[in-house]
Design a protein around this ligand. Structure first.
Ligand code: IPD
Ligand code: CA
Ligand code: CA
Length: 255
């Protein structure tokens, strides 16, 4: 079927494009009031989409900048060519490429590549999660009081009621800290690697959460929506944890 090595190589190629652009200078445009897009987002996406289309011509594509193209099979590639655009535009070195393959609501595989640290996270359903070839597992923290977490805020933070500020305050007070690192797909991989105990965010897109969601599940963690509902890789929110702190976290998010 789909060779994970092929997808990994595509993610690595896209990561190289991002790093080169970072060094050669980035041109930034605004999509919304604080929502940016750069020439690097577009170049990375063009590379990933062309490479996937060439190898998997029957599969559909859902990519952040170009939208959805239906294929003639049930398989859909879900692509964030640059997750962490605001970080990237400021030269803050925390961003990634995220590529997932889904079949309906089922997650088949995920690859997330951080080109700054040269860390490649991969997961295939039922086969575990790996970082640069080594198996990774979620942490063993059993209370929020002993946990380090991350979250994020929507670009519409100034205008939406779902701004996550109250949950952020509650969880921050109950834990060892809540970071807002600015690249949801990579944050999910930090949970999978046991470096963070949990991550949640309320207003996301499938390309932010599909690959990272599978990574956490395959690393032995728990992934749901923020109200505790079944996780969908095509959904819009995520609560991902080591499993042990999940119920406590969901309770505080709800308030
Ligand atoms: C964003 C990042 C950020 C999250 C935003 C996303 P982008 O993706 O994942 O961490 O808080 O909600 O939109 O725009 O950098 O691809
Ligand atoms: Ca994103
Ligand atoms: Ca993006």
């Amino acid at each position: 079927m789909v060779d994970l090595e092929v997808v990994k190589d595509i993610a690595l190629g896209a990561g190289e494009i991002l790093v080169q652009k970072l060094h050669s200078g980035v041109s930034v445009e605004a999509k919304g009031s604080i929502d940016l897009v750069t020439d690097a987002d577009k170049a990375s996406e063009a590379y990933v989409v062309e490479a996937l289309r060439k190898r998997f011509p029957r599969h559909g594509i859902l990519a952040e900048e170009g939208g959805r193209t239906e294929g003639s099979s049930d398989y859909l590639w879900v692509i964030d060519p640059l997750d962490g655009t605001t970080n990237f535009a400021h030269g803050f070195p925390y961003f990634c490429v995220s590529i997932a393959l889904v079949k309906g609501e089922e997650m088949v595989l995920g690859v997330v590549y951080d080109p700054v640290r040269r860390e490649c996270f991969v997961a295939e359903k039922g086969s575990g999660a790996f970082l640069n070839g080594r198996r990774i597992t979620v942490s063993r923290a059993s209370t929020l009081h002993s946990s380090l977490l991350a979250t994020g805020f929507p670009y519409e933070i100034a205008t939406t009621e779902r701004n996550n500020l109250e949950p952020f305050g509650r969880v921050n007070k109950a834990s060892q800290g809540v970071r807002s690192l600015g690249a949801a797909a990579l944050d999910l991989c930090q949970v999978a690697a046991g470096r963070l105990d949990a991550f949640w965010e309320l207003v996301l897109q499938p390309w932010d959460l599909a690959a990272g969601g599978l990574m956490v599940l395959e690393a032995g963690g728990t992934v749901t929506g923020c109200a505790g509902e079944k996780f969908s890789p095509l959904g819009h929110d995520v609560c991902a944890s080591n499993g042990l702190v999940h119920a406590e976290l969901l309770q505080l998010i709800k308030g």
